[in-house]
Ligand binder design. Structure first.
Ligand code: B12
Length: 211
């Protein structure tokens, strides 16, 4: 039997070896890989995400939990990539042109990975044409943009426009975030969604993909 509490305790305390061991143990006991992922790792990470959203834990705790989750994912990855049942939905994300801040974006990446999405991280200082190339190459369901400077927020608008001009706007949902970004700004520039933090970003992606 997969013990969800044990997964949560180990993951929330950032115990990488313990998470790895629990993951391997569950597989050895014959639990299906999807179940170990969903009920073991992802549900534990979800709980950490909820506590973060409620202000009960802070960024460092989320980062160590995410790192522990990665160590469990590493055990599952070779098996998952062989299994045809799981078609992860893909998200491309980057910090916009001129902006070098990536702590928040990286947190969003980790939480989305924890939420079961496949992420292509384009990094920082990403110009519109790089987003466009990545959309063509990876055919993602969602494109996320991060900006931390009031002076680079405008690049989100420019990127959306460039995606439109490239004829790709209908293929992707676009979400935006970062400290100076608001829901109103997101609406004004024609984005499909905005989230104020990494845990809400996971809810947002799930919501817009279900629409
Ligand atoms: C760390 C930091 C830096 C680091 C960045 C290191 C790194 N690898 O990221 C360094 C030192 C490089 C830096 C540089 C600069 N910085 Co700076 N920096 C910060 C600081 C202190 C923290 C930002 C941070 O990481 N926050 C923590 C993360 C977790 O929060 P977050 O980014 O908001 O992300 C969360 C949400 O916004 C959301 N989110 C984020 N992205 C996305 C994306 C999507 C799609 C979604 C849905 C959600 C989402 O989820 C995240 C997690 O919950 C802030 C001040 C502050 N307290 O915010 C200033 C701050 C952002 N910086 C500022 C400035 C001015 C600069 C510089 C211009 C300074 C200078 N004169 O050189 C340069 C600019 C460099 C550049 N071109 O980008 C100003 C911006 C002012 C403004 N209004 O524009 C701030 C606000 C400081 C200030 N009060 O003046 N900075």
């Amino acid at each position: 039997m997969l013990d969800q509490e044990k997964f949560y305790t180990a993951l929330s305390q950032g115990k990488m070896d313990e998470v790895k061991r629990l993951t391997q143990e569950a597989l050895d006991q014959g639990e299906p890989v999807e179940k170990v992922l969903k009920d073991g790792l992802l549900s534990a990470m979800d709980r950490v995400g909820v506590r973060f959203k409620n202000g009960e834990v802070y960024i460092p705790e989320v980062l160590i939990a995410a790192r522990a989750m990665h160590s469990g994912m590493a055990v599952l990855k070779p098996i998952l990539s062989k299994s045809s049942t799981r078609q992860a939905q893909q998200v491309i994300i980057g910090t916009v042109k001129g902006d070098l801040h990536d702590i928040g974006k990286n947190l969003v990446v980790m939480m989305l990975e924890g939420g079961g999405f496949e992420i292509v991280d384009l990094g920082i200082d990403v110009p519109p044409n790089k987003f466009i190339e990545a959309i063509k190459t990876h055919q993602p369901h969602v494109v996320g943009m991060s900006a931390l400077l009031t002076t680079t927020m405008i690049e989100m608008k420019n990127t959306i426009q460039a995606i439109e001009w490239a004829g790709l706007r209908n293929q992707v949902k676009i979400i935006v975030g970062g400290a100076p970004v608001t829901s109103k700004f997101a609406q004004d520039i024609g984005a499909d969604g905005y989230a104020p933090d990494a845990a809400s970003a996971v809810d947002l992606v799930r919501k817009i993909l279900a629409e």
